[in-house]
Design a protein around this ligand. Structure first.
Ligand code: UDP
Length: 496
């Protein structure tokens, strides 16, 4: 093909890990298909991911680059002890970060002017990207960091406000209308902006929806076979122009190495970890991790989880980040860590864990997750059934997808949306519930066996989707083709 037909794209992630990690993987995917790719990263995050990007360039010859955009650190008013606005360690940093990042419109415009990429993929939170791209006639794609199912629920609830659904109390169960399945929720499980209780976020979401309407299309980290009815509903009923190209983390399965994981902040000794897992029976270990931001729960809740795990008798790996530095005394029950270490019962990781590596190990047979979209998709890709512990954002929707639609997981029994658990002393899930859900999932009952069979089938489908001829692979091909056509003959392409 003519050199002048090479596409150049910009990818601009929001700086939370759950949004950055899939965009970095997406950049590698595009580059592996011959597209010149430039990642726009803030300084702290550029440091985090530069090794992995350099490696793709030197080892696989990919045309992939990083451009650094600085954030106004001082003006952003950082919480005590936090040096970088772009190192989001807990959900309470999101609003100040959301404000600070708006200042990047001008530097973005300078880069667009200079490089004139063929299109730009920008996170939904970067609403200014639509405006900036429009100035230069460059199509903008939106990335939400979630999938078709949660987007369908969100869209439906935005257009049909809960009070219009005749719900009178917080705990009343209602069915989300107009969807392919009967999805039951309560108002307590809806995000603040849907309940209208957070004016700042409610307004922010209006901007987000508005800028999405003006963009060219949506890239989704999912695969058609995972949620076909919702992929169709999203496109045909809700009228969205969307391309599913995931699971993007599968791109790393064969390419991952130490440098890659080091770039993702791994400091746990992987050798010890893998040896520990190797010593366990297949499917015998439960992996517990609540994502990049929600790993701090109340001390009382930590106690309950620990006791529940101990009661269940199951081996486990538990990611409990930040407790070492920030807590004076261990939040865990007395002697718990020693008892678990002595019998090689449990491994506690107090740093960033190599999640995909752990989930892929044959000894791992269950995943207790906060239902973040990436974690959920990584669990499916690895063929591991789940215990669901949603906390906030779209996690309660995802819990429904896992437990009710796909039937590959068991609810631990969380009642309400609660992003600020770190400040509370209350317990939302007692130890009996933890132990019961874990035993059901890891045991040999009919229910657990069926879940394992189903999640294994989905895992195979995920791998097929990203292979040549698979749905995600072909969606990416079609998208690249569409833009090559647009580049050669702008009038050929519909949209925008
Ligand atoms: N992750 C990881 N190690 C950790 C915690 C998280 O590798 O100790 C990764 C995880 O594999 C996933 C991402 O961080 O890719 C978290 O994204 P998710 O959407 O699950 O949750 P969020 O952090 O956005 O709430």
């Amino acid at each position: 093909e003519a050199a002048d037909c090479q596409l150049h794209i910009f990818l601009f992630p929001f700086t939370a890990y759950g949004h950055m990690i899939p965009i970095i993987d997406m950049a590698k995917l595009f580059a592996a298909r011959g597209v010149k790719t430039t990642l726009l990263l803030t300084p702290h995050n550029a440091t985090m991911f530069s090794k992995s990007v350099e490696r793709e360039r030197s080892l696989f010859g990919l045309d992939i680059h990083i451009q650094i955009l600085g954030l106004p650190f001082k003006e952003a008013g950082l919480p005590e002890g936090i040096e970088n606005i772009d190192d989001i360690r807990s959900p309470d940093m999101l609003p100040s970060h959301f404000l600070a990042i708006q200042s990047l419109q001008e530097p973005l415009e300078q880069l667009l002017e200079k490089h004139r990429p063929d299109f730009i993929v920008a996170d939904m939170f970067l609403t200014f990207a639509t405006e900036a791209a429009a100035k230069y006639g460059i199509p903008r794609f939106v990335f939400h960091g979630t999938g078709f199912f949660p987007q369908c629920i969100e869209e439906t609830l935005v257009s049909r406000k809960t009070h219009e659904l005749g719900i009178t109390s917080d705990r009343e169960i209602f069915v989300v209308p107009d969807l392919p399945d009967n999805i039951e929720m309560t108002r307590l499980q809806l995000s603040d902006h849907l309940r209208g209780s957070d004016a700042f976020m409610t307004e922010a979401w209006e901007h987000i929806r508005d800028s999405e309407k003006k963009s060219y299309g949506i890239l989704v980290n999912s695969f058609y076979e995972l949620e076909p009815a919702y992929a169709m509903h999203y496109k045909n009923v809700l009228g969205k122009r969307a391309w599913s190209i995931g699971p993007v983390s599968l791109r790393n399965r064969n390419n991952i190495d130490k440098a890659e994981r080091a770039a993702k902040k791994t400091s746990t000794d992987e050798h010890i970890l893998v040896n520990w897992l190797d010593s366990k029976d297949p499917r015998s270990v439960l992996y517990i991790c609540f994502g990049s931001m929600y790993s701090r729960l109340s001390k009382a809740q930590w106690h309950e989880i620990a006791l529940g795990l101990e009661d269940s008798g199951t081996s486990f790996i538990w990611v409990l980040r930040n407790i070492k530095q920030e807590e004076e005394e261990s939040p865990l029950p007395e002697g718990f860590e020693d008892r678990m270490a002595a019998g090689k019962r449990g491994l506690i990781i107090k740093e960033w864990a190599p999640q995909v590596l752990i989930l892929d190990h044959p000894a791992v047979g269950g995943f207790m997750t906060h239902c973040g979209w990436n974690s959920r998709l990584e669990g499916v890709s690895a063929g591991v059934p789940m215990v669901t512990w949603p906390m906030s954002a779209e996690q309660f929707y995802n819990e429904n997808l896992i437990t009710k639609v796909l039937k590959i997981g068991i609810q631990v029994g969380v009642e309400k949306w609660n992003p600020w658990t770190r400040d509370l002393e209350d317990v939302s899930v007692e130890k009996e519930k933890v132990s019961k859900a874990v035993s059901r999932l890891m045991g040999d009952g009919e229910e657990a066996k069926n879940m394992r069979t189903r999640v294994k089938e989905l895992s195979d489908m995920a791998k097929e989707a990203v292979e040549e001829g698979g749905s995600s692979y072909e969606n990416l091909t079609a998208l690249i083709q569409e833009f090559k056509m647009l580049k050669q003959k702008p009038s050929n392409v519909v949209g925008n």
